[in-house]
Design a protein around this ligand. Structure first.
Ligand code: BTN
Length: 321
């Protein structure tokens, strides 16, 4: 743990009581200068810390900062035993979690990064991941048929929808698993996994979720018309800890209830795809049809002009009206 995190942990545990620089330095086994530097870094990260001569430091508000142990504590009543790993920077949380999964990490292992240098999107695209967003990957080892894998990602979109709704944000789900606010994307989800050919089931599934929380002054020009963030669109400054806990709890519940498809009404009622004509690829041909419903496995059912229907299960469907 970095000195900054150790200082934050000590201040959080003190629950507003003052801790002197000398006491902190002694407890953490570092110099008072190192403590002072850590306090300055925490302030720069948005923490409100009061410093009073002869008393020391008191944490008034941790802002968006959190520690893995705090999250684990808030998740102790969950069915899954969560192990949270938090990094200031990673190439991709999915990549890091893949390494942990291959080394045998249990279901419920979570990797969070403050920013990603090579965030991955669906279909080989990149996912712009500056500081100020939420980047999370969670490891599942689901005992579900392969045919349910698409529904698992739809459960994830529904879980993000519910976690945002708990925090007062009304988003919409674009098939398969993007979340939108006022017609612009705020969240993308990328699922990756390894198939066990001997047991004919998934060995593991990694679900990566990226949410734009605050405006990015360096947002690439080409993304500006299609991407937004929660602060800009709602004026709400969310704390990642609340969002992460909410997503993980809703996700495990929706996946546990997958056999009874409780995610489906949430997914349907908050879809911004249904009722629109969509463009999609079918057997290599570009087609347009009306999106009318979802199948039980979250496949998108479209209706052609002649009344025939087909279910799309791969690629994207872009609404055109
Ligand atoms: C998409 O919109 O195409 C999917 C984007 C998924 C982004 C998340 S951020 C956390 C996790 N790590 C990654 O590299 N990608 C996912």
């Amino acid at each position: 743990m970095q000195t900054k995190d150790k200082v934050l942990q000590a201040l959080l545990q003190a629950e507003g009581r003052y801790l002197s620089g000398a006491a902190l330095a002694k407890e953490l086994g570092c110099s008072r200068t190192a403590v002072w530097k850590a306090i300055e870094q925490l302030k720069a990260d948005g923490c409100e810390i009061e410093a009073v001569t002869n008393r020391g430091y008191s944490l008034q508000n941790a802002g968006d900062l959190f520690l893995p142990v705090q999250l684990e504590k808030r998740l102790t009543n969950a069915r899954t035993s969560y192990q949270i790993h938090h990094f200031p920077e990673l190439d991709s949380t999915n990549n890091r979690l893949k390494e942990l999964a291959a080394a045998g990490a249990p279901a419920g292992t979570v990797v969070i990064a403050d920013r990603q240098t090579a965030g991955k999107g669906r279909l080989g695209k990149s996912f712009h991941s500056p500081a100020g967003g939420m980047y999370l990957s969670v490891l599942l080892r689901p005992d579900l048929p392969l045919t349910d894998m698409m529904a698992v990602t739809a459960c994830t979109a529904s879980a993000v929808y519910l976690a945002l709704a708990d925090l007062g944000i009304q988003s919409q789900i674009k098939w398969v698993n993007d979340l939108f606010l006022n017609g612009k994307k705020i969240c993308g989800i990328l699922s990756e996994g390894a198939f066990n050919a001997e047991l004919l089931k998934m060995d593991y599934l990694i679900i990566g979720i990226g949410i734009n929380l605050t405006p990015d002054p360096n947002l690439p020009e080409e993304l500006r018309p299609i991407v937004t963030d929660i602060l800009t669109d709602t004026g709400l400054r969310l704390h990642r800890a609340d969002l992460i806990v909410g997503i993980l709890l809703h996700l495990e519940q929706l996946i546990a209830e997958l056999p009874s498809r409780t995610y489906l009404p949430i997914y349907k009622q908050n879809s911004c795809t249904l009722g629109h004509h969509v463009q999609f690829l079918s057997n290599g041909t570009q087609k347009t049809a009306l999106a009318v419903d979802f199948a039980d496995d979250a496949g998108l059912i479209v209706e052609h002009d002649d009344g025939t229907r087909e279910t799309i299960r791969t690629g994207t469907a872009t609404p055109i009206d």
